[in-house]
Design a binder for this molecule. Sequence first.
Ligand code: CA
Ligand code: CA
Length: 334
Amino acid sequence: MCRSLWMLLCLMVSLGLMDSVLGQTPPKIIFDTDMDSDCDDGAALAMLHALADRGEIELLGTMISAKHPWSAACTDAINTYFGRPDLPLGVPKQKAGIQQGSTYAERIAQEFPHDCPIGEQVPDAITQYRKILASQADGSVTILTVGDITNLRYLIESERDAISSLDGRQLVKAKVAHWVCMGSRYPADLDPSKWGNFKPDAESTVKAVEAWPTKITFTGGGRFAQMLSTGKRLDEVPADNPVRRVYELYFGGKVKNRHSADQITVMVAARGTGHPWKLITQGHNHIFANGTHQWRTDTNDPNHQYISALAEGVDPAEVIDSIDELILHLPKSK
Ligand SMILES: [Ca+2]
Ligand SMILES: [Ca+2]
């Protein structure tokens, strides 16, 4: 191969352009969110709609991991604003799972149009997961969790049914290429009193991670996500934007910057684990029974990897701009 062609190919790989040349389909993503306590879930969902409008991803559904009674309706209101009023959504109906407070979920559901029922009539997330996965091509789905791990535990434990002859683990193994998980701080978070997605429903976290049969990329919060804080620029979008409203309600008035924990996970799920991230592949994520965890390098699990830093030389401002660009996206109707 001549040198210039080789250099062109290297450049295309580094820019992530090979997938489109090879005709690969955009990632098909199921979003799983605790749309209650923190505002970054709202921004993450705006980004997914932006990416879907650009053809960079296909958004298959939005599942709720939280038991807050208004989280599903709030999520449906955001989906409706962005022109996807009928995206499948579901909530955890099983015993495990937690309810936290929310400064915005009920208000968003009441201020913005949606057609999501409240309470028992919201569909079961596990049924929705099974339906979506059964209808997709093998190895084609990415699951993106930015909340508790409750649903994935019950998905893995689900039994064969009229939807699919595969049990939950077999179905995941067949259909899910990648689970991108907003989970904790790296290399370890050993403090049970510190907030994190692994701890509220720790039993489900342990069970889901232990039984998960395909690739998991964990993304870090804490200082890493604070370094990439976003949200303040939502004051540039119209006042009738529900994601701007999420931030206003969260901060009790004017929008402010908040960590980008959930937004980082969206970027990784949609655009991959390459630039601008530093990817750690050697080792495995050990989850303790109380939901604390430690990245251990003594044994390698080829399915475990994590991102909790930028690649060397990457300017955080570049990443912040790329996140903001998606958060500020407006639907075509606006
Ligand atoms: Ca709806
Ligand atoms: Ca979250």
